[in-house]
Write a protein that binds this ligand. Sequence first.
Ligand SMILES: Cc1cc2nc3c(=O)[nH]c(=O)nc-3n(C[C@H](O)[C@H](O)[C@H](O)COP(=O)(O)OP(=O)(O)OC[C@H]3O[C@@H](n4cnc5c(N)ncnc54)[C@H](O)[C@@H]3O)c2cc1C
Length: 509
Amino acid sequence: MSEPYFWWTEDQREIAKKVEKFVEENFTAAEEYYWKKEFPWDLVKKVAKEGYFGVGIPKEYGGMELGATGSCIVAEQLGRLYSVGHVFVVSMLAGLEQILRYATDEQKEKWLPQLAKGEELGAVCITEPFAGSDAANVMTTAEKDGDEWIINGKKRYITGAGVSDRYFIYAKTSDDPSDTKQYSHLTSFLVEKGTPGFSLERINPLIGFENVPNGYLSFEDVRIPDENRIGPVGKGWNVMMAGLNFERLIAGAVFVGTLKDIIRLLFHYTRRRVQFRRQTNRLQGNQEKIAEIISRYRMGRIFSYYCAKELDDGKEPMINAAIAKMEVSEWVREAGEKAIQVMGGDGLTKFYYAERLMREGKIGEIVAGTTEIQKLIIYRFASMLPDYNASVRMRWNEEVNAPVVSKVDSQFKDLELTDENLLKVIAHDYKVNPGLYMTLDDARDDIGGSRSKTKRVIESLEEQGLVVTHRDRGGNIELVKATYKGLQKAFPKEYYEWYPDWYADTDKF
Ligand SMILES: Cc1cc2nc3c(=O)[nH]c(=O)nc-3n(C[C@H](O)[C@H](O)[C@H](O)COP(=O)(O)OP(=O)(O)OC[C@H]3O[C@@H](n4cnc5c(N)ncnc54)[C@H](O)[C@@H]3O)c2cc1C
């Protein structure tokens, strides 16, 4: 039984037990479907009957109301049933958060009970032939015609294409460049299978997702009623963003359970394989690889559930959801590679699911935003955190004769703000950080005085060739550094010298 975390509610613990038991009972059937390359309709129907599709849906709409944590619990387990897990995930992602946050009451009453029942699967349709990571660049259009919208375009790489009934799409509703600039050119809609002009164009043969349909969709003058529009016109980007943290979290969580299956397989296998008269689980190299997989499984699992708790507490964990998705998928691919190595040639055969894990992990690194895109998000949002931007200014510490991170005021503080004194501040910074520029604010803090006057003095020093500046696109000074001429003028050359104690005086010149 997978470990429940101490913050889980009784209901979440209960569902965890129930869904794990369900998965154990249906594991062999899922493997049979995998081998037959058949979509597991009857397993999906069983999942629907258990009510798992409604795990995150409020009770008033027929769901279990177990939040992101409940959704993670179910995804973690159903992911072990391979295609069942993937269609479960996209079906939830195809509208749950978006409808909860943006739909009208009537729309919620219409769609949420359907989602909860899981009798009809859903697909989420962002990607197009010419819009992948650049998701705002979709070319599919929606034009208003009376009470209807006419959709034209294509979508691709859509998981659940064909088998789904409900397609949550994003289409362009404005060509105005200022709308595009403000991300208000998109609108989201639900398109149902069977609508005239809406068809399946292609099913992709992929390196994994063996019996998970993934394909291209075509929209030719597809007419849908305005009541299928989710959220205001022009707010499609906001609707898409509203579900993204949940999407990233679940996209990682669906792989977490497979990590435990691979650990089980490796313990089982290496106890039964003998080389050099020893079971291969006795070999230190194999133990290390299994230990690495175990640590990744445990870290990925707890981090995913921590992130789910943040979502359930009403936070928007942009950074953590991106980390969860990125790390788990990378670790799954790595675990697959390690498992193959531990098993040798057997690991390369398709009879054991080590090689499958490696392929699926690779897919995980691309879907729901590639690893590179997650890194962009992590960097961008983390770079705005005040906690990460606390100053680490260094001062020259005479006692240890070295630059040390320090909170003390600069030795130049309260000198008059003149060309000569500011040049000293900037030249002194060369002694402390020879390769770095100072920010305008660093320079101003060190001497005191107004920002505008500091700027004027820097401009004057620049005209004299004593400092160089780095400016933003608007021409404003961002950074400043002394030129070699400025260094010479500010202090004698001995000021900048520094040698370690062991360095012989005879070797100095
Ligand atoms: C199996 C599978 C299932 C999928 N399911 C769905 C689905 O259900 N619904 C859906 O809408 N989409 C789905 N997708 C699409 C998926 O979200 C996209 O494939 C993904 O977002 C990347 O887009 P792309 O493939 O066009 O690659 P591109 O965007 O062309 O990227 C190519 C490479 O360039 C890198 N790159 C791109 N832009 C940047 C940047 N700014 N900085 C740094 N690197 C960058 C990428 O990281 C990548 O390595 C699925 C894809 C697959 C393979």
